[in-house]
Design a protein around this ligand. Structure first.
Ligand code: GDP
Ligand code: CA
Length: 322
């Protein structure tokens, strides 16, 4: 790997073909751990695009950009999203003129959205554009949007249906959740190369992303390929819930509002029927007895690049034992 974010790949590389399913912040961290261990040809990361939206006429892919910036070593380490060394001149000036300022778009980040939007308007598809951007950023592992078709996550709340970013960023996840809808999902096709990556994979890793809004849209497209007749692929999930809480974001709140106690067990149950293995945190060790698939208890909080690599290695070891 040329990029500084993944420069420390050890010599003893493991040979396993892995597909990782990822949302934004939590997904990007484990994807980065896997990228530190696996050679580029052995890792494909399929990323949620249900959060995508248009703002100021630009096409924005929050999860895809978080994953790419993280792999490229360009991510803001404090927020987990957006770019490091960012400035905010454009959005602040637009807001001063009366434009919406609630969705923070940094100056460097805006370059991504400008060029992506220009290429989409020229007729290029998102997977092609993502491939080119990865090349430009020095990312050698394959990053794919889940689909090149338009899917929009809608949060059904006590205050009506809200587009995902309206709920997540503008309304700070305050409206009470009643359910989720993924408009366009029925007709969405896997992105170019995604079907093949899964067919060739030894295992699919569901990253510690929000099960409701980051992973479910991806699974709605891909679960027929994972659980279908003759599919020998192993599926391992890592819990994003530690000690009944999220590290960041609204997943635990969503569980509660939907009448489910948030826990690692609830996450395992969420994916039930799909999993062959599960990874949960040491603080949740007591839940292991209730989880139906082979489980690994380990430290799952990723504070450093080394934590990410170590958790990724634990996940690969579990896959090897299945
Ligand atoms: P988003 O799309 O940016 O909201 O990010 P994701 O859906 O990929 O990730 C959000 C989830 O990541 C939250 O439920 C967090 O609890 C989880 N998460 C974030 N950091 C960590 C971590 O270090 N370890 C674990 N296990 N989960 C994490
Ligand atoms: Ca997201």
């Amino acid at each position: 790997m040329k990029s500084k974010g993944t420069a420390h790949r050890p010599l003893s590389t493991v040979r396993r073909r892995i597909v990782a399913l990822a949302g934004g912040v939590g997904g990007a961290k484990l994807a980065h751990g896997l990228a530190q261990i696996l050679p580029p040809e052995d890792l494909t990361i399929i990323v949620n695009t249900g959060d995508d939206f248009e703002h100021y006429g630009l096409y924005i892919c929050p999860d895809l950009d978080t994953v790419c910036y993280t792999l490229a070593g360009l991510a803001n380490p404090e927020t987990g999203w957006g770019r490091v060394d960012e400035s905010w001149n454009v959005i602040e000036n637009a807001a001063r003129l009366g434009g919406p300022g609630w969705f923070r778009l940094g100056d460097r980040d805006l370059g991504t959205h400008l060029e992506r939007t220009r290429r989409l308007r020229e007729g290029h598809c998102l997977s092609e554009i993502t491939r080119d951007f990865c090349k430009a950023w020095g990312i050698e592992h394959t990053v794919l949007p889940m689909t090149d078709d338009c899917v929009r996550t809608i949060v059904e709340t006590g205050e009506g249906d809200l587009e995902f970013q309206e709920y997540f960023v503008h309304r700070h996840c305050e409206p009470r959740v009643k359910g989720f809808r993924f408009d366009g999902i029925e007709t969405a096709e896997p992105a170019i190369g995604a079907r093949e990556a899964i067919a060739e994979a030894e295992a699919v890793v569901i990253c510690p992303s929000n099960p409701w809004v980051s992973v479910d849209p991806i699974l709605r497209i891909f679960s027929p390929l994972l659980s279908g007749e003759g599919s020998g692929v192993r599926v391992v999930a890592v819990s994003p819930i530690i000690g009944g809480e999220t590290v960041k974001g609204p997943a635990a709140k969503m569980y509660r509002e939907l009448g489910i106690e948030p826990s690692a067990l609830a996450v395992a149950n969420h994916y039930s029927g799909l999993l062959t293995g599960f990874v949960l945190d040491r603080v949740d060790a007591l839940s292991v007895k209730d989880i139906e698939v082979k489980s690994l208890v380990t430290d799952t909080l990723m504070k450093s690049a080394e934590d990410r690599r170590r958790l990724a290695q634990d996940v690969l070891n579990l896959i090897g034992d299945l």
